[in-house]
Design a protein around this ligand. Sequence first.
Ligand code: SER
Length: 597
Amino acid sequence: MKQLTSKELRDFYLKFFESHNHAIIPSSSIVPENDPTVLFTTAGMHPLVPYLLGESHPAGNRLCDVQKCIRTSDIDEVGDNSHLTFFEMLGNWSLGDYFKKEAISMSYEFLTSPDYLNIPADKLYFTCFAGDETAPKDEESYNIWRSLGVPEDHLFYLPKENNFWILGSGIGPCGPDTEMFYDTGKPACGADCSPACDCGKYLEIWNDVFMEYYRAEDGTLTKLKQQNVDTGMGLERTITVLNSYESVYDSDVFQNLKEKIEELSGKNYEENKESFRIIMDHVRTSTFILGDDHGITPSNIGAGYVLRRLIRRAIRHLRKLGLMEDALVKLSQVVIDDYQSVYHELSKNKEFIFAELEKEGIKFGKTIKDGEKLFYKVIKHLDGDTISGEDAFKLFDTFGFPLEMTEELAKENGLKVDTLGFEEKFKEHQEKSRTIDAGSFKGGLADSSYESTKYHTLAHLMLAALQHMYGPDIIQKGCNITSERIRFDFNLNHKMSDEEKAELTKIVNEKIKEGIPVTMEEMPYEEAKKQGAHGTFEDRYGSIVKVYSIGDFSKEICGGPHVSNTSELGTFKITKEESSSAGVRRIKGVLENIQND
Ligand code: SER
């Protein structure tokens, strides 16, 4: 089989499903708006949860896309052959349209057709759900594979842990799946060798989930009002498997980065695989997080904390190769060049990406200095030859000094580190940050309570008012809503003066007082742009979009929901105006429930 590139796979996939009447929708944000339990979008279906639950999607009920995903649970494994923190997931969906028969037939056609992946049928193996007390055995899928000519010895029934898919939170739309495996040709590891074992003979390339249940927090399954299909094919992984590469890092998506690191460091990949891989993965993921329009910046909590870890670990490994922090921007440029034709937001946010990488690089340089000082202070008073987990965590938590660095310094000084103690402290911290993060999402976009809805409409008024004040180049850089307040980020290069704040408040409150109806119209994206509608997530809309108008004052592409008249909002008050990041201001505001007369 000829070598398959990532571009070919993306293009083939979308073309195939388009030819089967699927609307191609753009990738959604890397930050999920419907799931408060995680920091990042972990699967292609994540942004589609409301539609899998029955809401109508403006682009129709047959969709396909390539979704940016981040999974960080195995962040420490990056450096081996297979782990990545960022990946692209190809997916096709039926939202209450076709079900098992069509989904499986299309999957099989895409995999085996000479016009598409052209995989020899005898290299393919399939698994189906074996059934349990909560959901029946999926004989239907099994029989569909059989009807397509798949022999019995290429089909396996596997239990829930293998063939039932649900988001990591364990709550939401879910169902049995059927998975597709590629036989690498390695000998079977034993008589029981099957796609369930991880000996490396069978490698998964695609997953068709038949989402017909909803799993509640207590574990009970209820039938959804519609039968959906959710499929997922990891782009990098599939390229690796089908080209028989040893590692995901051999795929073409890393080629330019690899060459750039070799050029800058004068070292070669083969002899420095671990550092190269960590740098390539972490720079790529950081570039995508920073380039995502959400304005996430390195911090000590939530998604910002993950970003900080990625950047700092990349720097550590750059240093191992003899490079300094300034290499980050050069490498990020390669990522942007490689991906900008697919993800336009990267080039749009380039300045922001570079500025944040640079800032974090400088901070970390200082951290390393301060951390080393504290390290020597700690060991001066050390009783015995082991640095406690608490001290190692303190170095990490207060200074962002990575454990590996403490370990390295310890080794140089003939000491050990209580890494288990560190892990315990680290887990405690992670749980705390997850809780805080979930809290900050609670009542956010996932919440369509009336109070939050008012704030959604307020966001539109604020953007229009800011554009009225500062001109049409003002764009929304982030927005976080709870039922009690709004946090709104936008681009502006100076601190707002008291007069400016008063003017914003005045314009917004005038528009509230005018009692303007909020109207919604669905239209093609091109038409919305022609009508001058603003869109915060320009690169993510499908071909049909919802446009919300507030009289002549505001017109935005938005998923909603909104109140029906601005008079419902009460009175707007700014509680704080501050800097969010370079060139981005953040306004915090509330709506007070004073009736306007
Ligand atoms: N949700 C499934 C997965 O992530 C299929 O898209 O594997």
